[in-house]
Design a protein around this ligand. Structure first.
Ligand code: EZ4
Ligand code: CO
Length: 402
């Protein structure tokens, strides 16, 4: 089953998406998401200039060999651009294999381990009252797990807080805007937010919170401890994660479960976190985590150490990546939760995806492959636009994390 064609499409129906489509000699096509938010065109070039010329003519059935060929063969290993490009090829090849066998992808991975994939939605507000109201709204919609973010008193803008009710964090179509951050204001406010949210929605719903790498380990330890009464499902990206040993400090002080990894791209980015049991959920996703082939190895390693999955799935991952995560989540034994947001209507028109939400769970559908139909003809109506998420500075102007 020779690969005869591979094309990269860039479109911007609200957000920029990079989509790879591979075609085999028997006319089977597969899709992969190659979107790397804010650095989109670097993956386009990596695929078009370097990988696709080596991909044409290979046997599409040999998914593992093709993964190893691009990973080991490059000399330059790892990194977000490389691994997103490999991930897109890998996802497209799994899509092709499942279509060739006439089964939904989760059947190929090992079958359904559950009835549906529990997802979490994003509730946010400009202030505490609006955030609480939005959490109530998500709970009323049937979400069993809800991420809560809120504007912080005394700070003008905080990343992660929505503009528009369900479509939070549209990237700005310009150079990156700058937000101002105060750890003190944030640490004083966060426990009040979760106290109010728990009071509003009760004990049953899972609550999650994302810190976007903005604390030091000892600050994160304090936050985790202060949030213990509100029983979080997870505290995400509490500190920057280049220093994996930093998590030992947080762990010594709090039982709040920890999640990290949406910016990881290699199994070696989480090897120490997993083997030392420093986290509870691994956030790597199909598109940035080297595809299904690497993610299933990471999940297997995580399972040994009681760590569960929680794939990144914000709106800068296209429906192709979300579908792949949902198939993965149907099967993976140590599933935790899947991040899930509504894409814009234009995005849903271009990427006809089969997945459906019901009662807090999403099912990927039973069409062969990923269950995503990509409408190439609409791509040129939505050309690429340079767009960036904000950068973050402390009150005195010092560059900080996001
Ligand atoms: O900021 O996807 O958990 N979700 C997140 C996302 C990320 C964006 C960055 O590209 O942190 O909102
Ligand atoms: Co996050």
């Amino acid at each position: 089953m020779k690969i005869v064609d591979a094309k990269v499409f860039v479109c911007s129906p609200g957000r920029n998406f990079v989509t790879l489509k591979i075609t085999t000699e028997d006319g089977i096509t597969g899709l992969g998401d190659a979107t790397l938010n804010g650095r989109e065109l670097s993956v386009v070039s990596y695929l078009e200039d370097h990988l696709i010329p080596c991909l044409i003519g290979r046997d599409a059935r040999n998914i593992e060999d093709i993964w190893q060929y691009f990973y080991r063969g490059a000399y330059w290993r790892r990194g977000p651009v490389t691994m997103t490009a490999i991930g897109a090829i890998d996802t497209a090849l799994w899509d092709i294999k499942a279509k060739a066998l006439g089964v939904p992808l989760y059947q190929l991975l090992g079958g359904a381990s559950r009835q549906g994939v529990m997802v979490y939605g994003h509730a946010s507000g400009a202030d505490l009252d609006e955030a609480v109201a939005n959490v109530r709204d998500y709970a009323a919609k049937g979400y069993r797990a809800i991420r809560v973010q809120s504007g912080i008193p005394g700070l003008d803008s905080t990343y992660g807080v929505g503009r528009g009710k369900y479509f939070y964090e549209p990237a700005d179509r310009a150079l990156p805007p700058e937000n101002i951050w105060s750890t003190r204001k944030y640490l004083n406010f966060a426990p009040k937010l979760f106290e109010a949210v728990r009071e509003a929605v009760g004990e049953d719903v899972h609550l999650l919170h994302d810190v976007h790498h903005r604390l030091t380990p000892i600050e994160a330890a304090r936050l985790g401890r202060d949030l213990e009464p509100f029983n979080l499902f997870w505290l995400e990206d509490a500190v920057q994660c280049e220093l994996q040993a930093g998590f030992e400090i947080i762990r010594q002080h709090t039982t709040t479960p920890l999640a990290v990894g949406e910016v990881f791209n290699s199994i070696y980015d989480c090897q120490e976190l997993l083997s030392k049991q420093l986290i509870d959920y691994i956030r790597m996703t199909v598109s940035h985590g080297g595809g299904i082939t690497q993610l299933r190895k990471i999940a297997a390693l995580a399972d040994v150490y009681h760590v569960r999955t929680g794939c990144h799935g914000a709106t800068d991952m296209s429906p192709v990546c979300i579908a792949a995560c949902l198939h993965f989540g149907m099967w993976v034994p140590n599933f935790g939760v899947q991040e899930f947001m509504l894409h814009s209507e234009e995005t849903r028109e271009i990427f006809g995806a089969q997945y459906t939400f019901s009662d807090g769970y999403v099912h990927p559908g039973d069409s062969p492959g990923l269950g995503v139909e990509f409408d190439e003809s609409s791509v040129e109506k939505h050309p690429y636009v340079p767009a960036y998420l904000p950068v973050n500075r402390k009150e005195d102007g010092t560059m900080w994390n996001w």
